[in-house]
Design a protein around this ligand. Structure first.
Ligand code: MN
Length: 321
């Protein structure tokens, strides 16, 4: 079964549960540059599948950032498909398009994608999508509760971390009553909010220097409604593994509606985090540049000098105000 966009059959929760019940050995995959949601979702799925007496391995194209290592299962994530193992199913979580998985040679087996990105390209055989949910971990948590499986502390922490980080610790507009309900149930079952937050909030000296460097690049346009900041090569060397968190610098500036953070990837090559505060649809904006994501948080890539990319992006952003 190929992983080509546009062929997925949309399914509901019961069918997603049947998919897990009907297979024995899973490879569980999240997106490159993994965040708390990708890591939390795959770790929870891994833990639960193993608790059912089945096999599960997890892969990510990039290593787990330090901030998310509070999850015990995260130490079992590898950046290569384990050799000599066979799998009878693939599960993708928090992965809107297959390119974002990384350069893996996936086994040709049935696949399920569990996601919350409206822009999901439907590359897996089955897609369980909840576009209105704050996190893939919110989708996974609800499904695991419905399965009636008892969740251990690590699984509760993993899901809590996914939900908390993707909702900006319950501050972003994607935070719904269901988001809080899932988080509440996870805490009731053993998730530890202070323990998860402490590791994520802790900053290295390099991160502090990086923060200062990024703040200095801040520029505004359109009477302060657009803000752009940049993580240049040096900033990426200081704290590149937490690059996405720096998107809050332009986003939090008073008066800003659309924010962009350029992240140096190589000579004339940038990944860009796009954020909006109240109404601008940055998923659509990202789509103009071949990217995607959510209405308030999305991303894309651009090629060219920073100044050239910035002026093209600002021009496009202005149309979303
Ligand atoms: Mn997510």
């Amino acid at each position: 079964m190929s992983l080509k966009p546009g062929h997925a059959i949309s399914i509901g929760m019961d069918e997603a549960i049947h998919f897990i019940q009907g297979h024995q050995s899973f490879l569980v995959v999240g997106h490159h540059h993994p965040d708390g949601d990708a890591i939390g979702s795959i770790c929870a799925l891994h833990n639960v599948i193993r608790s059912m007496g089945k096999e599960a391995d997890m892969i990510l194209a990039d290593p787990v950032p330090e901030a998310y290592t509070t999850i015990e299962a995260a130490s079992k994530i590898t950046t290569e498909i384990p050799k000599g193992k066979t799998y009878d199913a693939l599960i993708f979580a928090d992965l809107a398009n297959i390119e974002r998985a990384g350069d893996f040679d996936f086994p040709d087996v049935p696949s399920l994608c569990i996601d919350h990105h409206e822009t999901n390209e439907g590359y897996a055989d089955f897609l369980y999508l909840k576009g209105e949910y704050a996190a893939a971990a919110e989708v996974v948590a609800e499904m695991l509760f419905a399965m009636g499986i008892s969740l251990d502390k690590d699984t509760c922490n993993a899901l809590y971390m996914g939900i908390a980080t993707d909702s900006g610790f319950f501050k972003f507009s994607c935070t719904s009553a269901n988001t809080l309900l899932m988080a509440s149930q996870l805490v009731k079952l053993g998730a530890e909010p202070a323990y998860i937050s402490a590791k994520i909030d802790e900053k290295t000296e390099e991160a502090m220097k990086c923060h200062q460097r990024v703040v200095e690049t801040l520029k505004t346009y359109e009477k302060g409604q657009i803000a752009i900041a940049c993580m240049d090569e040096k900033a990426m060397a200081l704290d590149g593994e937490n690059a996405d968190s720096y998107a809050s610098i332009p986003r939090c500036l008073k008066g800003v509606e659309i924010a962009g953070l350029f992240k140096y990837e190589g000579e004339n090559s940038y990944r860009i985090s796009l954020r909006s505060v109240r109404y601008a649809n940055v998923a659509k904006l990202a789509g103009e540049f071949g990217g995607g994501g959510h209405a308030r948080a999305a991303g894309c890539k651009m090629k060219g000098t920073f100044e050239d990319c910035r002026s093209r992006l600002v021009e496009a952003m202005a149309r979303y105000l």
